[in-house]
Design a protein around this ligand. Structure first.
Ligand SMILES: *[C@@H]1O[C@H](CO)[C@@H](O)[C@H](O)[C@H]1NC(C)=O
Ligand SMILES: *[C@@H]1O[C@H](CO)[C@@H](O)[C@H](O)[C@H]1NC(C)=O
Ligand SMILES: [Cu+2]
Length: 678
């Protein structure tokens, strides 16, 4: 049956409806901005080769950063870089950059700081051109993109999608080989990519989720928006509730993975344990551009001691963290006790478990999450005997491809859950918003399907003398859904601005048993969060799936973007710039889990809270923040919701009556998957 035959079940706009039109920060780009945008695209063009843009290459050759030290907020990092570079101590070009390798990371941070501390655009641009052809390309991409994401002067600049900057990390080796063959033949080509593995591996049924290029791009950008090595004090820019966001984003991904598994008749994701086999193996079938193939791991492999990290270390860190959780206090380096028994506890715990620079005691609590990534990545060559390149788990671009990623995060999620279990449940008074009564909620048919998408492989292929570029793309499958909308009918006793929170959760488990919400709350998936102004009397809140603040629109391809920028520079077109633009966030098309052909039952929750209690700043209630709030926070602002992330499902529910208030509503919905999309 054709998806196009299904029509929206109601007409969207009706009179007297509450419209959630947002206050936005979009404006036409001026000339200065267009120049910046164009230069950044040039810097990242074919970044694995020397810069063929002659103007940039020339600037790079002639610029001497030591002659311009007063143009840097911290000249010492520039001197340090030049010294290291001149002494040949930096990672050479062509080598694999591994963020989890301390030495690689230290060098990269040095490069980042040179860029970040440039006082003006001109200095930034010059020093970027200087670094472009001198440092390792992996370190350059990472440092430059993090700097662009965080510097006030580059707000609103669009980065090329991660899958176009370094396509190797997103497509299989087979595709790369075929792409080369096509280039040699000088024939444009579209190469169909299959997900890794075969139908003999049940895990392959959910590969579309972990291997989705948009998901991989999201995960890599999330860790650039919130780097674990970020030093708030040094960079003068705090990332608000970073530890809590580390928990919540990965928690939501794990809940989503679970829903995808149920959609495909797979059992719930099981947490990893240090002393048990890693049940599912993984053969990535992906290769680095230089430096070999990603190592594979057979089924039922056990964790191994590495040269400098032992399994026993991880077990000890886990014990100490669980001790902190159950005692309700973490011990700081100075031996002080910091309470976890409040809404800030989760943020402290997130910093300890990741661990980020904000950890209260890195020696004592270790860095369970980062070390686990390393343990999994190196498990098949623990002593480095075979000189294998780093595995999937040591690249944020490729990590979610490995089924062990979700098992690791399920394990980490159990630690966070243990902490939340100790907090008091919400009381009826905390949940109730007096005078606000949800009468009913209408929703369109929820229909998902697979679509095809072409990844541009231009940057994947080395330039060959005498062989011009031809258009070569990888065709991948992506989950998508029909647009849908919610219509929420609310009776209000008075004028009031409310926060609207929308969630869904699978109604039944793998055994087809209905799961009570007390148990199911940890599987809840956030669909949207926004504000609405209610008038006294009847109100209808309209909200479209495309407006969701959980996800972001598709990234524009570099080719299309370059055309737009060139046209805007020539004055034939205007380019719209959003100063709050986000690169972080799952794509809009992935908002819904897949569901089943005959429908899969979910419970939809609509939770209203009083915005006067939720607000954290003086911006208008409908300020846009660039989207992707739930997974990525607000890039240039405080997290715009005073409630704990995941509210109200983050706490135990000991008495279901507390949820029986008129401002919380639930109903069943069905998600139907259409295998054939015309
Ligand atoms: C994908 O699978 C199809 C059918 O199984 C096969 O014909 C094709 O060669 C595969 N493509 C790649 C790039 O592996
Ligand atoms: C945590 O704090 C709440 C008050 O917010 C208190 O009722 C509860 O007893 C405390 N729990 C512990 C273990 O101290
Ligand atoms: Cu992650």
């Amino acid at each position: 049956m054709s998806v196009k035959m299904i029509r929206s079940s109601f007409i969207l706009l009706s009179l007297g409806a509450v419209l959630c039109v947002a206050a936005a920060t979009v404006a036409p780009a001026d000339h200065d901005f267009l120049v910046k945008q164009n230069e950044i695209l040039k810097l990242l063009n074919k970044v694995h080769e020397l810069n063929f843009h002659k103007d940039q290459a020339k600037i790079g050759q002639e610029y001497d950063p030591l002659a311009h030290l007063d143009h840097f907020k911290n000249p010492r990092v520039v001197q340090e870089f030049v010294k290291e570079y001149k002494n040949g101590r930096m990672l050479p070009r062509g080598e694999i950059f591994n963020l989890f390798e301390e030495e690689h990371r230290r060098e990269m941070i040095n490069i980042f700081e040179v860029l970040f501390f440039a006082k003006d655009w001109d200095t930034f641009h010059h020093v970027a051109c200087y670094l472009r052809d001198r440092v390792n390309e992996g370190q350059f991409i990472y440092a430059l993109t993090v700097a662009v994401l965080h510097k006030p002067e580059t707000r609103g600049i669009r980065l090329p999608p991660a899958y176009e900057t370094y396509p190797h990390l997103f497509v299989t080796a087979k595709v790369i080989n075929e792409a080369y063959a096509a280039k040699m033949r000088q024939e444009p080509a579209i190469i169909r990519m299959n997900f890794t593995g075969t139908s003999r591996n049940p895990e392959q049924r959910v590969a579309y989720f972990g291997e989705d290029v948009g998901m991989n791009a999201h995960h890599s950008v999330w860790h650039k928006d919130h780097p674990f090595w970020w030093k708030d004090a040094v960079y003068g820019a705090d990332i608000d509730r970073k530890g809590e966001l580390f928990w919540y984003m990965h928690h939501q991904l794990t809940a989503r993975f679970n829903a995808e598994r149920l959609s495909n008749w797979l059992t719930e994701v099981q947490p990893l344990q240090w002393n048990k086999p890693i049940v599912d193996g993984f053969a990535p079938q992906t290769t680095y551009r230089k430096g070999g193939e990603f190592p594979a791991r057979p089924d039922n492999f056990r964790f191994q001691d590495l040269k400098n990290i032992r399994v026993a270390d991880l077990e000890a860190y886990e014990e100490r963290i669980r001790e902190a959780i159950s005692s309700g206090f973490v011990k700081t380096v100075e031996g002080e006790l910091v309470s976890l028994n409040n809404t800030k506890g989760i943020d402290i715990l997130g910093a300890i478990i990741e661990a980020s620079v904000n950890s209260k005691n890195p020696n004592y609590y270790g860095s369970i999450h980062n070390l686990a990534h390393i343990m999994l990545s190196r498990v098949t060559d623990p002593q480095g005997k075979f000189g294998m390149p780093p595995g999937c788990m040591e690249n944020f671009e490729t990590a979610t491809r490995d089924p062990a990623f979700f098992r690791l995060h399920k394990y980490i999620d159990t630690l966070f859950k243990e902490h939340k279990q100790y907090l008091n449940p919400y009381t009826r008074e905390e949940l109730d918003v007096e005078g606000v009564d949800i009468k009913s909620v209408e929703v369109d048919d929820l229909v998902t399907y697979f679509e095809e998408f072409d990844v541009d492989l231009l940057n994947a292929l080395d330039d060959t003398e005498g062989l011009p570029d031809v258009e070569i793309k990888a065709r991948v499958q992506r989950l998508n859904h029909q647009p849908f909308a919610f219509k929420i009918h609310v009776d209000s006793a008075a004028e009031k601005t409310v926060t609207v929170r929308l969630f869904i959760v699978p109604k039944k488990d793998w055994y087809e048993r209905e799961i009570p919400i007390e148990e199911n709350r940890w599987n809840v998936i956030e669909l949207d969060k926004f504000t609405a102004k209610l008038t006294a009397g009847d109100n209808t809140i309209l909200r479209k799936s495309s407006e969701s603040s959980v996800s972001i629109p598709d990234h524009i391809s570099t080719r299309a973007l370059r055309k737009k920028v060139e046209a805007a520079l020539a004055g034939t077109e205007t380019l719209q710039v959003d100063k709050d633009l986000r690169h972080c966030g799952i794509p809009d098309r992935m908002l819904l889990p897949k569901g089943r052909e005959n429908g899969m039952k979910y419970t939809l929750y609509v939770v209203l809270s009083d915005w006067a209690e939720d607000k954290v700043n003086d911006l208008p209630h409908n300020y846009e923040y660039g989207g992707s709030l739930s997974y990525c926070g607000a890039a240039n602002n405080k997290y715009p919701d005073a409630k704990p992330m995941g509210f109200p499902f983050d706490r135990r529910i000991t008495d279901r009556k507390t949820f029986q208030v008129t401002n919380i509503f639930n109903r069943d919905v069905d998600i139907v998957f259409h295998p054939v999309h015309v």
